[in-house]
Design a protein around this ligand. Sequence first.
Ligand code: SF4
Length: 373
Amino acid sequence: MPIAPETVSRVEWLGLTSQQFGAYIAGFGLPAYRGRQIFQALHRRFVTSVEAIHELPQGVRTALAAEADLEPLRPVQVFEAADGTRRYLFTVRGGHAVETVWIPDGRRVTLCLSSQAGCPMGCAFCATATLGLQRNLTAGEIVAQVLYVLRDTGRRPGPAQSANVNVVLMGMGEPLLNYSHVMQALRVMADPFGLHIVPRRVTLSTVGIVPKIIALGRETDRPHLAVSLTAATDALRNRLMPVNLTYPLAALQQACLAFPRHSGEYITFEYVLLDGINDSEADARALLRWLSPLRARNAAKINLIPYNPAPGIPFRPSPPERIAHFQAVLRAKGVPTYLRRPRGRDIFAACGMLAATAGPTTTCCPTGQPKLT
Ligand code: SF4
């Protein structure tokens, strides 16, 4: 269950929307326009110190400097793959490691964010699971991942540019177990005075925390929903994903059926293919059966994710011909089924390989994979 974030002694500026920041700054006797100046400096110019906000009089900068927490992430190392994917290893307060992955694709880019340090979900095929949960990230720590990577890669935010930036919550952790901080981070990212990365550019991937899926469906502005499935029978899913013992497939299916979708919106179901475990034709047909009520509502698409081997995890990737057959079985029944191309494997930035090490090993949630083939 969620662990409260560590108490922070200074207000986490990066976790406040422009409106919240205006209210906060009013407490110092400053007018609202000063709040907006500071917010824009942080989220548009990516300044990392109050001293660099030159719009403010020196006296104000000096007074505010002691209040600010503008660098909640400590960069440790950046790994760059041959395909341009970059994996960023940070530490957060308490010394816990978290990782963020930058996945360029022409003019577009996908940012894969972490929502927790470590992860409590214990998926059998995941390197991150070996860490256990260390703590939830704060909203400021989640937003700071975006700010740091955009600054490092020379991107500038704003409505035009942000249209080319997609965000996926598929890094370390289960985002729905850090619900309030994740939703607050999304509000900050969507702020039109800052990054303006709106929820329709964001996909949240969950292993299936049913009550929180229901809560997410009630949000006015919410990200797209992706569900890590990986097995379509309770017997197998119990073994691979212990969350299924609490929220079995029938409950997950009901939550997905009840999830209110926008016109033309799908729920994405992610399926990690493991050699000899869940990749047979019978497994594909079990998946079709489970999806049947969702397919009847045109509500589901499938992302097949070739397993990324990680040190110490006893699974192998499925052979390409079996993956192709699995996909063909689904497509023959009209299910939109896409095969994800692993990105950043040579720097261990692909899904399931994030394990918070400074060496070439990193952990994205393997059940999510942000890049289409
Ligand atoms: S697959 Fe995702 S949810 Fe499961 S243990 Fe790994 S990081 Fe956590």
